[in-house]
Structure formats: C-alpha cells, structure tokens
Write a protein that binds this ligand. Structure first.
Ligand code: PMT
Length: 221
C-alpha cells in the first residue's frame, strides 16, 4: 500500500479491554491486550492519518504521531468515543468492551463469608450501535471475536450495528485472537464482499483492514 494514502483522514481507533469495578480492590475484565488496536493506530499514522487512539487499561507504548486517550470503564470509553467520533471520517472499534458491569459498586472492600455469593450485573451501553445510529457519512468498522458460528454472528453484528465492515476473528484458530501477536480474520463488507486473511502479524492484518477502509472511502466519495 502506498505510504500516504490515508493523508488527512481523521481516524478514531479503540483498543484493549475495559475494567468494571466490583469494589475498591476487585474488577471484571477480559483478555484483550490492546495489540490489535495499537497495531491499527501505528499503521494508520504511518499512512498519514490523523489518529486518535482510545485505550482501555493496557501496558503498551503509544505509537508515534498518535493522540492517545486512556479510559478505564465501558462508560468512560463511550464518552470518549462519542466525543472523538464527531469529526472522524473513520471509527475502528478493536476494543473488547464489557457487555455487563456490576449493578452496584461497593464503596468498601467486600468481606467474605462461608456462603456462596452472587453479583448482579447490568448491561453497559453499546458504543458501536450508538455510532451506527448517529452516522451520516462515516465509515464504521467493528470487530467480532467468536468461538463458534463466526460467520453468522459476525454478519448479525454488521447489520445490527449498521457497520460498513466487520473484522471477524475465530478465537479458536491457532494464532488468532486475544493477546497474540498474530491474528486470523475474515473481513466482511456490508455488500457481502469478503476477504479472508491468512495467519499473519497484527501489523500486517492492520494494513489489510486499512486497505479495505481505503477502498470503502474511495467508493464513498
Ligand atoms: O487486544 P488484543 O489482545 O490484540 O485482541 C484483539 C481482540 C481479539 C480483542 C480484537 O481483535 C477483537 O476482536 N475485538 C472485539 C471483541 C469482541 O468480541 O467484541 P464484541 O463481539 O463484544 O463486540 C462487537 C463490536 O462491538 C466490537 O467492535 C466492540 O468494540 C463493539 N462494542 C461492544 C460492546 C459495547 N458495549 N460497545 C461496543 O462498541
């Protein structure tokens, strides 16, 4: 891909997990490392885009020429993304956002007893779905990490969230998914076109995703 093909594009990228507190010492999260989203941010900046990276709690250095905003919870990420998306040409949601959070956050450390315990969970807001409702001329790219029925579930998300492209990873495939340096993905477009990506580094995969974004953008204008 030629080096400055995303020159002047405003791209918002999310990465990493979110963290939902139970009490002052405990939280719910997932295995996302942020590597996929950070690779996208680094490659998009190298290709000339103006990149805002909204990151959950991860331990990765900020790529060069990338504006980074750190967030903790799904709700923080919601606020940051909605604000940043206002001026964005493209939003790419590689983050693994919590779907549920504890309905109550204890202000003091919860004490154990000999009994079993249950924590009531409530839904978080779906950031991508909200963006899908708001969008006019924006390119919206989602991810789906599935352990079964990848095609069917990814396609459902593409439609329900009003996306232009979904990057479906089969987290059971060798070398794919959470916390790996590589990924195996199928990119599925709204018009039904598909691109199967082989096992490759997250940086190579990021460039293939950006190639598709570029193609969608050309068709847009
Ligand atoms: O970070 P790494 O270790 O490199 O791993 C990368 C990854 C596997 C986390 C990444 O490639 C990936 O697949 N991310 C999406 C994980 C997922 O399963 O998402 P989901 O099916 O819960 O959500 C689908 C899409 O909606 C995602 O783009 C997600 O960012 C978005 N979403 C979900 C919930 C929510 N409340 N708001 C959202 O915007």
């Amino acid at each position: 891909s030629d080096r400055n093909d995303l020159d002047g594009k405003q791209i918002v990228i999310t990465a990493g997990p979110t963290r939902e507190a139970v009490d002052p010492v405990r939280y719910f999260t997932n295995y996302s490392s942020g590597k996929m989203g950070f690779a996208l941010a680094e490659q998009a900046a190298k290709r000339g885009a103006d990149v805002t990276l909204i990151a959950g709690p991860v331990s990765l250095p900020t790529p060069e020429n990338v504006k980074r905003i750190d967030v903790v919870t799904a709700d923080d990420m919601f606020q940051a993304v909605i604000k940043a998306a206002d001026l964005a040409d493209v939003v790419i949601k590689a983050a693994a956002v919590a779907d549920y959070r504890p309905a109550q956050v204890a202000t003091e450390k919860m004490k154990k007893s000999d009994d079993a315990m249950a924590i009531e969970m409530e839904r978080t807001k779906d950031i991508l779905w909200t963006l899908g409702q708001m969008k006019t001329n924006q390119i919206l790219v989602g991810f789906a990490a599935e352990s079964e029925r990848l095609d069917e579930y990814a396609k459902k998300k593409l439609e329900k969230k009003n996306l232009d492209l979904i990057c479906a990873n089969n987290i059971k495939a060798e070398g794919a998914g959470f916390n790996k340096d590589t990924n195996v993905m199928t990119l599925m477009r709204r018009d039904g076109e598909r691109v199967e990506l082989p096992l490759q580094s997250k940086h190579e995969a990021a460039n293939r995703i950006l190639d598709e974004v570029k193609r969608l953008d050309v068709n847009h204008t």
